[in-house]
Design a protein around this ligand. Structure first.
Ligand SMILES: [Zn+2]
Length: 101
């Protein structure tokens, strides 16, 4: 793993401990593109949950603003673009954080 990547992930983890953030918030906080932020988030989530320490990676799922559908079972960390129930594209952004167990 490149040292620069490690630093970015450490910075992302630090930002996530301050509150629930969207991938856009993270990209701004760390100074990388949103797509890169999502790639790093995957690794941060795995690392935090696998560490088995006092911290846990948490996800607040997206919701459809039109019908209230919640994307609970989504495995990818990218906000979906369309509701499968009503086809609305008014979807709230996923939020991520690191909390104490
Ligand atoms: Zn909907």
């Amino acid at each position: 793993m490149a040292e620069a990547d490690l630093t970015i992930r450490q910075r992302i983890a630090a930002a996530l401990k301050g509150g629930m953030l969207t991938s856009k918030d993270i990209s701004k906080a760390v100074g990388i593109r949103e797509k890169e932020a999502i790639d790093h988030l995957d690794h941060v989530a795995i690392t935090v949950n696998r560490a088995g320490g006092g911290e846990r990676f948490v996800v607040k799922p997206s919701e459809c603003r039109s019908c209230g559908f919640v994307f609970k079972k989504r495995e990818r960390l990218k906000t979906p673009c369309r509701c499968p129930v009503c086809r609305s594209e008014e979807i709230t952004e996923m939020r991520f954080g690191i909390v104490e167990r």
